[in-house]
Design a protein around this ligand. Structure first.
Ligand SMILES: [Cu+2]
Length: 91
C-alpha cells in the first residue's frame, strides 16, 4: 500500500548570504600635546592613513582623538599619532 504524492518540494536555503566579519568600532585617545588647527590636521592626516580607519575626530578642547573604522589596530593608531609628533594615551 502507500500512496506516492511525488517528490517533496525543496526550497533552496538563502541563509548563506555572507556578510563580511568586520565589526565597526570607535577608539578614543587622549592626546594632550594638541593645541591648534595645525595639530588637528597633522594627527587627522596620519591617523586617516591607517588601515580600516573611516573617520577621525579631533577635539582640541578636550584633547581627544576619536577614530572610527572597521578592524582597527589600536597599535597602528597610536603609531600614527606618534608619527604626527604626539603622545597618545588610551582614553
Ligand atoms: Cu598645533
Amino acid at each position: 500500500m502507500g500512496v506516492c504524492y511525488g517528490t517533496p518540494q525543496v526550497y533552496p536555503s538563502r541563509s548563506s548570504k555572507g556578510r563580511p566579519m568586520t565589526t565597526s568600532a570607535t577608539l578614543e585617545y587622549s592626546v594632550p600635546g594638541m593645541s591648534c588647527e595645525h595639530c588637528r590636521s597633522a594627527v587627522t592626516e596620519e591617523v586617516a592613513a591607517v588601515d580600516g580607519v573611516a573617520a577621525v575626530d579631533v577635539d582640541l578642547t578636550t584633547k581627544r582623538v576619536r577614530v572610527h573604522g572597521t578592524a582597527l589596530a589600536p597599535d597602528a593608531v597610536v603609531a600614527a599619532i606618534d608619527r604626527a609628533g604626539y603622545d597618545a594615551e588610551p582614553a
